[in-house]
Write a protein that binds this ligand. Structure first.
Ligand code: CUA
Length: 336
C-alpha cells in the first residue's frame, strides 16, 4: 500500500517541482515561452506515438493469446492488403510526427534568434569557480558597473549578455527566462534575454564545474523598466562611509586588510579584482552565489569560516577576532 502511494505520488511531486522560480515550464521571458511551447509540442507528438505503440502492443498480445486458444492459424493474410495498409498509415504517422517536430524546432530557433536584431541593454557575465561576475554598461558614462551573483533585468526589453569564463566551462541558465548557454574560457558566447514578467527568479550553473558546482547559483530580479533604471543608478554609485562607529571600524578592517586584496568596494581603498565586487553587497538577496540568504550573521559566518560553508571556495578563512568579524559584517550588511 505504501509503495503504491509512493508510486502514485511521484508524478504529482515531479510536476509540482516544475512550477516556480526556477522552472522552464513557468516562462517569464520570450525565449523561455518559445522553448516551453516547443516542449509541449514534442510532448504531445511523442506522447501520442508512444500511446499508439503501447495500444498496438497490447492489441497484438491479446490477439496472439486468442489465436493460441483457437487453431493456431495465421490471422493476417498477406494477400488481402491489410498489412500493407496498416504499415502505410503507420509510416504516414511517423512522417507527419517528425515533420511537426522539425518544423516546430525550426520555428522556435528562428523566433529566439529574432531578438538579436533588437537594440539591447549590454551586460557581461563572467563565470568563476564558483560565482558570477556581472557588469552592466553604464548608460551615463559608457563604462561598466560591476556587481555579482544577482542579475537584474528590465521587463519588456532585451538584454544581451556576453558570457565569458575565468577558469573552467560553466553554463549560464535562467530557466524561467531563456535557454541555457555554455560559458567557455577563451570564447565570447552571446545570449539574449527578453523577460516579460516581473519577479524574483533563480539562475543556476548548468555544467559541472567542480566541487561547488551546485553552489553556483544567482538571484534574478526582473524589474519594471523604471525600477531597473533606479536600481542601476544606485549600483553605479560608490559606497558611502558609515556614520556608525562599529561599522566604521568594520570599514577599516574590510577596506585596508586582507579582504581588499581580492575585493573592491568602490569609493574606498579596496580595489581587489579576483573576488566579487562588494560595493553594494548589502543590497543583494544572498551571498556566496546563492548559498546563504543575506543576513549579518551569514556574512559574519562566511568571512570567518567560508570553507565550512562552501568547501573548496577560493575565499580563505579570515582570522578576525569576534569583535572585528562583527564590525566587518555590520559594515558589509550596510553597503546597500
Ligand atoms: Cu559553474 Cu557549474
Amino acid at each position: 500500500m505504501r509503495l503504491h502511494l509512493t508510486v502514485s505520488l511521484a508524478p504529482a511531486l515531479s510536476l509540482a517541482a516544475c512550477v516556480g522560480h526556477q522552472s522552464a515550464l513557468a516562462p517569464a521571458g520570450e525565449q523561455a515561452s518559445t522553448i516551453a511551447s516547443l516542449f509541449w509540442l514534442m510532448m504531445a507528438v511523442c506522447g501520442f506515438m508512444y500511446l499508439l505503440v503501447l495500444a498496438f502492443l497490447v492489441a497484438g498480445l491479446w490477439r496472439s493469446r486468442r489465436r493460441t486458444d483457437a487453431d493456431g492459424a495465421p490471422e493476417i493474410d498477406p494477400a488481402d492488403g491489410a498489412l500493407t495498409r496498416t504499415l502505410l498509415i503507420w509510416a504516414g504517422l511517423v512522417v507527419a510526427g517528425l515533420t511537426l517536430l522539425v518544423t516546430g524546432s525550426f520555428l522556435a530557433d528562428r523566433r529566439i534568434a529574432q531578438a538579436r536584431q533588437r537594440q539591447a541593454l549590454e551586460v557581461r557575465v563572467t563565470g568563476h569557480q564558483w560565482w558570477w561576475r556581472i557588469q552592466y554598461r553604464d548608460p551615463a558614462t559608457g563604462g561598466w558597473i560591476e556587481t555579482a551573483n544577482e542579475l537584474h533585468l528590465p521587463a519588456d526589453r532585451t538584454t544581451r549578455v556576453t558570457l565569458g569564463s575565468a577558469d573552467v566551462v560553466h553554463s549560464f541558465w535562467v530557466p524561467n527566462v531563456a535557454q541555457k548557454l555554455d560559458v567557455v574560457p577563451g570564447l565570447r558566447n552571446v545570449i539574449d534575454l527578453s523577460p516579460t514578467r516581473t519577479g524574483w527568479f533563480r539562475g543556476q550553473c548548468a555544467e559541472f564545474c567542480g566541487a561547488q558546482h551546485a553552489h553556483m547559483a544567482f538571484d534574478v530580479k526582473i524589474d519594471t523598466p523604471a525600477e531597473f533604471d533606479r536600481w542601476l543608478a544606485a549600483q553605479a554609485r560608490s559606497a558611502s562611509s558609515p556614520a556608525d562607529p562599529i561599522a566604521a571600524r568594520g570599514m577599516a578592517i574590510v577596506t585596508t586588510g586582507t579582504c581588499a586584496m581580492c575585493h573592491a568596494v568602490r569609493g574606498t581603498r579596496a580595489v581587489g579584482k579576483p573576488g566579487p565586487d562588494l560595493t553594494h553587497i548589502g543590497s543583494r538577496r544572498s551571498i556566496a552565489a546563492g548559498t546563504l540568504a543575506m543576513s549579518r550573521g551569514a556574512l559574519q559566518g562566511w568571512i570567518v569560516q567560508p570553507q565550512a560553508v562552501k568547501p573548496g571556495t577560493m575565499m580563505p578563512p579570515i582570522p578576525l577576532s569576534p569583535v572585528d568579524a562583527d564590525a566587518a559584517s555590520r559594515y558589509l550588511a550596510g553597503l546597500r
